[in-house]
Design a binder for this molecule. Structure first.
Ligand code: ADP
Ligand code: MG
Length: 443
């Protein structure tokens, strides 16, 4: 995120050497070590920028408010910082550590509204009487609407009420990886890795599997889950699953799994209405010890209507403005973050956009840029466009290759390295790259 803003030189000098060491005791800051004085001088300069971007990004990917804690190497005792934070009694939930549950995902922190009240009511019933009526329980809904939170709330509550219960939370991908690893290990050294896998999953009291749409078109893991499923349900053990699609819409999901899923109950989570969105913001405000006027919460709640994750993102952006940039908790500040969010939405960078801008700058056509012609100016345009695509999008080398006239990935990485070298050596190239990146983002 910082790269386009600060450019490659500063990035290499400052961001690249930062090393994540561990979390602070309260679990709210990620300690980043800054190697030497030179870097720490730059750190001062870019601190605010870094904090803002860090908080935003961390929120997006973890759903938690995590700040960076920059420390020079001398101040970081690397060994000790790795010791994980002690769990306070209030948070303490037996077994949740092993179960893979996030202690923040509780019923208490789940705001109820018209879009999720059914799902929540059933979740509560499952947590209180697992394996009895609603088995399996499938929570269905769009991205960022609280499926994972609700599913883990079931696990957390069950763990709290039954400290000895064996509970496991796994994403569908974890389950697949555990399974394939056990097969591989079993083959390599004839160990009983496969038996161990089966034992782990089949002796649970509650199994929570997140995002089962991931198994689309993967028959082997479906087969294994079918067996796990049967073993657990036969013993009246609870299974909870989430999916962003109905089982019928998951491509190549085996019919027998579909019919198993239908034995239980499915509930869906819909987008929150404006009242619920404001209630979620109010909740976040209380949890984070802030005092934000109602009309400000109302404004943010009305404006951010895609899903709860983006709503939380907006809240933390607002929080960051107040805490780090000394902005007041007013309508004006809210409007400024909403404008930024809108601008970011518009600034989705596509390969096509990059190709258009670069081709125009070099007075070439996009078609020629994708061709195999080797005229010098054209080659440079091509390489610059490839470099920008690699740095400004998350496309893989083969994907970039396809977007540039079906080149193989080695010629893409060759082009990238070439420009990268020049950027390091020649400030004119560096400035050109920055200008182009700016134009690509902002028009
Ligand atoms: P999903 O799994 O459906 O993509 P998550 O469960 O990860 O969504 O939710 C995204 C974020 O929104 C999480 O931080 C979660 O705590 C929060 N969230 C979702 N729904 C609610 C709710 N009803 N009340 C409070 N927080 C919520
Ligand atoms: Mg989820």
């Amino acid at each position: 995120r910082l790269f386009p803003q600060i450019g490659p030189i500063t990035f290499d000098a400052f961001v690249d050497p930062l090393k994540p060491i561990g979390f602070t005791e309260d679990n709210k800051r990620l300690i980043l070590s800054v190697p030497d004085d030179n870097a720490s001088a730059i750190t001062e300069k870019w601190k605010t920028e870094l904090e803002m971007n860090f908080v935003e990004y961390a929120t997006e990917i973890t759903g938690r408010f995590i700040r960076p804690d920059l420390r020079t190497t001398e101040n970081t005792d690397e060994k000790n910082s790795f010791v994980s934070a002690p769990v306070t009694s209030e948070q303490h939930i037996p077994f949740s550590q092993d179960a893979g549950l996030n202690p923040d995902y509780t019923f208490d922190k789940f705001v109820v509204g018209s879009g999720n009240e059914n799902a929540r009511a059933i979740a509560k019933a499952v947590a209180e009487g697992p394996g009895k009526v609603y088995n399996p329980y499938l929570i269905y809904g769009g991205v960022g609407l609280g499926k994972t939170h609700l599913m883990q709330a079931i696990g957390n509550q069950f763990a709290k009420d039954n400290p000895n219960a064996r509970i496991k939370y796994a994403t569908a991908e974890d389950f697949l990886n555990d399974f394939t690893n056990s097969l591989r290990e079993g083959n390599q050294d004839n160990s009983n890795a496969t038996a161990l896998f089966k034992k782990t999953y089949r002796s649970l009291d509650m199994l929570l599997v997140d995002d089962i749409q991931f198994w689309a078109g993967k028959p082997q893991v479906q087969e294994e889950f079918f067996n796990t499923f049967n073993a657990l349900t036969k013993a009246n053990k609870q299974i909870v699953m989430t999916s962003d699609r109905y089982p019928n819409d998951i491509p190549d999901l085996q019919d027998r799994l579909k019919s198993r899923f239908e034995q239980g109950i499915t509930s869906d989570i819909q987008k929150p209405d404006v009242q619920t969105r404001v209630a979620i913001l109010r909740n976040l405000q209380d949890q984070n010890d802030l005092d934000i006027p109602n009309d400000v919460l109302q404004l943010i709640g009305e404006a951010v209507d895609d899903n709860v994750r983006t709503l939380e993102g907006a809240f933390h952006k607002f929080e960051a403005k107040i805490r780090f940039m000394n902005k007041p908790a007013t309508i004006e500040t809210a409007k400024s973050i909403l404008a930024e969010i809108n601008a970011n939405k518009k600034a989705v960078v596509t390969v096509q956009r990059i190709q258009d801008v670069v081709a125009t700058y070099y007075m070439q056509t996009v078609e020629d840029m994708k061709s195999s012609r080797r005229q010098a100016n054209l080659v440079e345009a091509r390489h610059v466009a490839i470099y920008l695509t690699r740095t400004m999008t998350d496309k893989s080398l083969p994907e970039i290759g396809r977007a540039f006239g079906d080149r193989d990935h080695s010629s893409i990485s060759h082009a990238f390295n070439k420009i990268e070298e020049q950027v390091e050596k020649e400030s004119s190239i560096k400035e050109l790259i920055q200008d182009l990146a700016e134009t690509i983002k902002n028009g």
